[in-house]
Design a binder for this molecule. Structure first.
Ligand code: NAD
Length: 707
């Protein structure tokens, strides 16, 4: 087995190199080898100082996340803790030489060393909270000793990284080195070792000056912020507790407290969910019959049809990534409106400092608006984003088939129409694919890639690779109504509306789901999307599926009435809620009255409904439909559904997406609850999905245990 931690001598300096490609992640074995090599350096009579450095492009970018997830994962943090104790106790000065990044356990390692040199471009941070953990090898105890309480709270609770200059100003880095590569940095570290020879060794755990007089306000403000910004997550609060302990307890007791909190976080559902989300975003790019070796088509020029909400947003996505884009509209008026919106969006980005003037000009300059198909013959990819009407789309695809060169991929951004029907309007269905961006396209990370029955594997490979280039997460969906996301959204939103008729208020429903962790309540979401749009998708879905059964189910009445009244949501000033001049929703007694009328018409006796029931009805409706989506092969894996929901629909990633959430509840429990709802509301709405019944009987979850 190759060594992961190497030991070499440069004169009287021992150089210990972590060499665990690609990012020198700290595994159990790396920690054990680090400990052994540190002992060797300490015992080597000819060694006067030790340099710790990373091989390749970085110092240590973190810990091996998979190891943490295993049942014996606690030994990983313990092994690192033990190694770092040896680093800190070393009788010779230890210098950490940091390039690339020192994150998580990497920064903890650097802080156990006695000095830290940082390449000017290096980054450090304690991002553990992003996967529901806290630093577990002394980070919460050593960071406040170097950087002070406030800085440590900020870094440990919110997980952001800082650069070398900030690290030096904060007292974490002793020196910033203008090095070009690892060899330069090593040179500087060796010179530094000679410089500090004979000086007393500064051990981080002994540095207490910055701990005294900690302002209790700092902890309170951070807790308030964590509760707001990282709602529902225990790890940021645990991180603050641990740093606070550093200000009150001796080092060894602080370490013990940190270990206790770390372990509590490690076994929590929140951490498991966040880790599932982290790996899920990588897992969804794998399509079993599209091997990584599939030759993707080359995409250099892009053409878009329609400069409305989506066409304009998609044009920005491509312009941001450096692609020249032509965009076609039907009227000068629509084109002006579209191009003005694009310019206004960029101007806003400039104003908020997210973009420089130069970059803005470059990006705007890449987008050319026009009323013709000129230039479409040069495009490698054409994306249609016109009205959601099958006839309009078929006409556009007939046009594209005529003007686009052979090999050009023809993509539709439809949210609900049949991609096969659209493809059949062309002479090249193998080149047709759905690319379902979400609104606003330039900000939302999700793209559903919809596979038609004829879509070529090279086209799929191209779409998936391209999405990655655009900074998007792409998930494959089969061509079934609503694809993955909107299909599951329908029963979720249906339950939200039925609950209104049964007795809950609009605010009850929205706030129960926001408290559960959703970015927005379902009815607030419909107000934003537009009630007419939501209704239209439902109607199209029924047409697409050609399933009369769907129509016969009990239908909520309120939304149709609101649309008939011209209450279309935010855009018309009123939907489920009324909107004031700042677009703030306010409850509307008129709607409350309408709900009562609808309930009466449906013959429903209104009653009190608990938060718990609201959440179960909405979320488990989503889960049950998710099981069908999985069984029908619309989604390849449960994790694909989870990723769609976390990246496109505001499902909290600390709950891991609907399918993972169901797994944490246990499918037996989920099934029992769904059977209760079936008894109350009938099988048309609540018949349990056969896959759910099977998995519950087998005692397994939707996600395989060892993904
Ligand atoms: P929109 O009404 O804002 O824009 C459609 C634009 O297409 C209009 O500007 C119209 O003038 C133009 N157009 C119509 N026919 C055309 C033609 N033959 N050639 C060129 N331009 C033409 O609609 P939108 O919200 O951008 O939706 C576009 C598509 O994206 C729809 O299929 C919709 O379902 C889908 N979609 C919308 C959203 C959303 O939230 N808005 C999200 C995902 C997908």
């Amino acid at each position: 087995m190759p060594e992961l931690v190497r030991y070499a001598r440069h004169g009287d300096v021992a150089v210990i190199t972590i060499d665990h490609p690609p990012v020198n992640a700290l595994s159990f074995r790396v920690s054990e080898e680090l400990l052994a090599q540190m002992r060797a350096a300490d015992a080597d009579l000819e060694v006067g100082a030790v340099v710790l450095i990373g091989a390749g492009r970085t110092f240590i970018a973190g810990a091996d996340i998979r190891e943490f997830g295993r049942p014996d994962g606690s030994r990983v943090a313990a092994a690192l803790g033990a190694a770092l104790e040896v680093v800190e106790n070393c009788s010779k000065p230890v210098i950490a030489a940091i390039h690339g990044s020192a994150l998580g356990g990497g920064l903890e390692t650097a802080m156990a060393a006695h000095y830290r040199l940082m390449a000017a471009t290096a980054q450090i941070g304690q991002p553990e909270v992003k996967i529901g953990l806290i630093p577990g090898a002394g980070g919460t105890q050593r960071l406040p000793r170097l950087a002070g309480i406030a800085k440590a709270v900020e870094m440990c609770a919110f997980g952001g990284s800082i650069g070398a200059k900030d690290a030096q100003a904060a007292g974490i880095a002793d020196r910033v080195i203008d090095s070009k590569n690892e060899a330069d940095l090593l040179e500087a570290a060796l010179a530094f070792a000679r410089e500090i020879a004979g000086a007393p060794i500064p051990r981080t755990r002994e540095r207490v000056q910055k701990l005294v007089g900690a302002d209790p306000e700092v902890f309170k403000a951070a807790r308030d912020q964590a509760r707001k910004k990282m709602r529902g997550q225990p790890a940021p609060l645990a991180a603050i507790d641990a740093v606070e302990a550093a200000s009150k307890l001796p080092f060894s007791e602080g370490l013990r407290y940190e270990a206790e909190l770390f372990e509590r976080c490690r076994v929590s559902n929140e951490s498991k969910s966040l880790i599932h989300a982290f790996f899920g975003e990588r897992a969804v790019s794998k399509i079993p019959d599209v091997p990584a070796s599939t030759q993707a088509r080359s995409i250099e020029r892009v053409a878009i049809v329609g400069a409305g909400t989506m066409g304009g947003g998609i044009a920005m996505v491509f312009a941001d990534a450096g692609f020249p884009v032509v965009i076609r509209e039907t009227t000068a008026e629509a084109l002006d409106r579209g191009m003005n919106t694009i310019r206004a969006n960029y101007a806003r980005a400039l104003k908020s400092g997210r973009l420089t003037e130069d970059l803005m000009m470059q990006r705007v300059g890449r987008i050319q608006g026009q009323l013709s198909y000129d230039g479409f013959e040069n495009a490698d990819l054409a994306i249609e984003a016109v009205f959601e009407s099958i006839e309009v789309k078929k006409q556009v695809f007939r046009d594209l088939d005529r003007v686009a060169k052979r090999g050009c991929i023809l993509a539709t951004n439809t949210s609900s129409l049949d991609v096969d029907e659209i493809a059949a309007a062309t002479s090249r269905p193998e080149s047709v694919v759905g690319v379902h961006f979400f609104s606003p396209a330039n900000l939302m990370r999700l793209v559903e890639i919809v596979r038609g029955k004829a879509t070529g594997v090279d086209v799929l490979a191209t779409a998936m690779t391209l999405a990655k280039k655009l900074g998007k997460i792409s998930v494959l969906s089969a061509n079934r109504f609503g694809f993955i996301g909107n299909r599951i959204m329908m029963p979720y939103a249906r339950e939200a509306q039925l609950l209104l008729e049964e007795g809950a208020s609009i605010e009850d429903v929205n706030s129960a789901l926001v408290d559960f962790g959703m970015a927005m309540g379902p009815l607030a979401m419909y107000d934003q999307v537009g009630l007419d749009v939501a209704l239209h998708v439902e109607i199209e879905a029924r047409r697409f599926e050609k399933q009369p059964g769907l129509l016969e189910r009990r239908r909520p009445l309120v939304m149709e009435r609101l649309v008939a009244m011209g209450r279309l949501g935010q855009k018309s000033g009123a939907g489920f809620a009324k909107f004031d001049e700042n677009r703030k929703p306010v409850p509307d007694p008129e709607v409350a009255e309408l709900i009562e009328i609808c309930a009466k018409e449906a013959g429903i006796q209104r009653r009190n409904i608990s938060k718990h029931e609201i959440v179960d009805r909405c979320i488990l409706a989503m889960v049950n439909e998710g099981a069908r989506v999985l069984e029908e092969g619309v989604a390849l894996r449960a994790v694909d559904i989870d990723v769609v929901y976390m990246t496109g629909y505001g499902f909290p990633s600390w709950r891991g997406g609907p399918m993972f959430y169901a797994d944490t509840l246990g499918l037996k429990h989920v099934l029992a609850r769904i059977r209760e709802f079936e008894k109350q509301h009938g099988s048309a709405l609540w018949a349990p999905a056969p896959l759910l019944e099977r998995y519950a009987a087998e005692g397994r979850g939707f996600n395989p245990p060892d993904e």
